[in-house]
Design a protein around this ligand. Structure first.
Ligand code: ATP
Length: 360
C-alpha cells in the first residue's frame, strides 16, 4: 500500500443515504481511505458506488448522523468547491468551445494562477498525458481516448488532494480501456494522490485498486486487497461477482462433497463446517484433466474455446449449470467427450469479514 505524508486521508463514519423519494441508496457504513491509497469501489449497477463517491466529493451530504472527515477536518457539510477534489467521469464533461490547452488550464485560471505559470503547468500536463500535439485542437476534433486524457489532465492540473474517478473508461473500447488503465495506474503512483475509482469492471478494480471495496445493495460486502478479494471472498456474492467461480451443490460427508459426477475433497481449505447439504466453490484454474481412475468428478464437454494462452472448457453434469475449467495451451477433446477432472483447491468464503477500518 502506498502512503504519502502530504496526501489526504479520508474517513466516513456512519454514512447512510436516503433520497427524497425514500430510496435507501446506502446503509450506514464506515470506511477509511489511507493517505496516498487508491481504493476501487466495485459492484453491480445500482449498488450505491456513485452515491458513496458523491458523499466523498461533497456533491451530496449523508443522512443526519453521518460524518465525512478529510484528515482531522469534518467536511460533512462542505460543498465540492471547498474540498479540493479532482473528478473524472465517464462523460468527459469538457468544455466543447475551448481548446485542449484551455480545458486543461481552466481550473488554474479560475484559481487565479498567473498566465505564464499557468502556461507552464498546462505544457507539463499535456506532456505527462502525451497529448502535446493536440494543445490547440478543439474538443470535437478528438477521439474518445484523447478526450479522456484531456479530462485527466484537467482534473490533476490544480494538484487536488483527492482524485475521484466515476467509471471513466466505460465508454471506450476494450483495447483503449486497457491502455488507459495502465496509464492511470502509472499516473497515480507518480502523483501519490489519494484516489477513489468507481467501476463495475472487476479487471479494472483489480488492476487499479490497492484495496477494493465490493458493494452490494448499499452495503460493503468486503474490503480487501485484490488478492484477498479473489482468494478469500467474504461470502458467496463476492465469490461469484469477482472473477469466474464454479459452484457445485451436493452433500458433504466426512470431508467430501458428494455431487453429480463424483465427489470433491474439501482439501486444505477444509470448507464444510458439518456434514449435510452444501456446496463447493472453485475457480476455473483450480481444476485439471486427469486419468479416469484419479478423477474426482466426471462430466461431459459441452464447449471448448481456445483463448490463446489457455483453453476454456464448459463441462455439463457436475454443477447446476456448466462448470468452467481453464487449461493452459490447446486441448484435444471433442464436444460430447467425458472429461475426468481433479479439483486442486476449493475457495473458502469463511474468512473473517473486514470492518472497513484501515489496518494500522
Ligand atoms: P451504476 O453502476 O449503475 O452507476 P451505482 O452503484 O453507482 O450504479 P448509485 O448511482 O449509487 O448506484 O445508485 C444507488 C441506488 O440509489 C440506485 O437504486 C439508484 O436508482 C438510487 N438513486 C441514485 N440517485 C438517486 C436519486 N437522486 N433519487 C432517487 N434514487 C436515486
Amino acid at each position: 500500500m502506498t502512503f504519502n505524508d502530504k496526501a489526504l486521508a479520508v474517513r466516513l463514519e456512519g454514512c447512510a443515504k436516503t433520497f427524497p423519494d425514500g430510496t435507501k441508496a446506502l446503509q450506514p457504513l464506515d470506511l477509511s481511505i489511507g493517505a496516498g491509497e487508491t481504493l476501487a469501489f466495485l459492484g453491480p449497477s445500482g449498488c450505491g458506488k456513485t452515491t458513496l463517491l458523491r458523499l466523498i466529493a461533497g456533491l451530496d451530504i449523508p443522512d443526519p448522523g453521518g460524518r465525512v472527515w478529510f484528515d482531522d477536518q469534518d467536511v460533512t457539510a462542505a460543498p465540492i468547491e471547498r474540498r479540493k477534489v479532482g473528478m473524472v467521469f465517464q462523460s468527459y464533461a469538457l468544455f466543447p468551445n475551448m481548446t485542449v490547452a484551455e480545458n486543461v488550464g481552466y481550473g488554474l485560471k479560475i484559481a487565479g494562477m498567473p498566465r505564464e505559470r499557468r502556461r507552464k503547468r498546462v505544457d507539463e500536463l499535456l506532456a505527462m498525458m502525451r497529448i502535446e500535439a493536440l494543445a490547440g485542437r478543439s474538443i470535437d476534433q478528438l477521439s474518445g481516448g484523447q478526450r479522456q486524457r484531456v479530462a485527466l489532465a484537467r482534473a490533476i492540473a490544480p494538484r487536488p488532494r483527492l482524485l475521484l474517478f466515476d467509471e471513466p473508461l466505460t465508454a471506450l473500447d476494450a483495447k483503449l480501456r486497457e491502455t488507459l488503465r495502465v496509464e492511470i495506474n502509472g499516473l497515480l503512483r507518480q502523483l501519490g494522490t489519494t484516489a477513489v475509482y468507481v467501476t463495475h469492471d472487476q479487471a479494472e478494480a483489480m488492476a487499479l485498486g490497492e484495496r477494493i471495496v465490493v458493494m452490494s445493495h448499499g452495503r460493503i460486502a468486503q474490503i480487501g486487497t485484490p488478492h484477498q478479494i479473489y482468494h478469500q471472498p467474504s461470502d458467496l456474492f463476492v465469490a461469484e461477482f469477482v472473477g469466474l467461480m464454479n459452484r457445485v451443490d451436493g452433500e458433504w460427508k466426512d470431508g467430501w462433497l458428494h455431487c453429480a459426477g463424483g465427489r470433491i475433497p474439501a482439501g486444505a481449505n477444509g470448507v464444510p463446517g458439518s456434514d449435510g447439504p452444501g456446496n463447493a466453490l472453485f475457480r476455473p484454474e483450480h481444476a485439471r484433466l486427469t486419468q479416469t481412475e484419479r478423477a474426482h468428478v466426471r462430466g461431459t464437454l459441452s464447449a471448448a474455446f481456445f483463448l490463446g494462452d489457455r483453453t476454456r472448457l464448459l463441462i455439463d453434469g457436475i454443477g447446476a449449470g456448466p462448470v468452467t475449467v481453464d487449461l493452459m495451451g490447446p486441448v484435444d477433446l471433442a464436444v460430447g467427450a467425458t472429461v475426468p477432472l481433479e479439483i486442486l483447491s476449493l475457495t473458502s468464503t469463511s474468512s473473517p469479514r473486514e470492518t472497513g477500518v484501515m489496518p494500522s
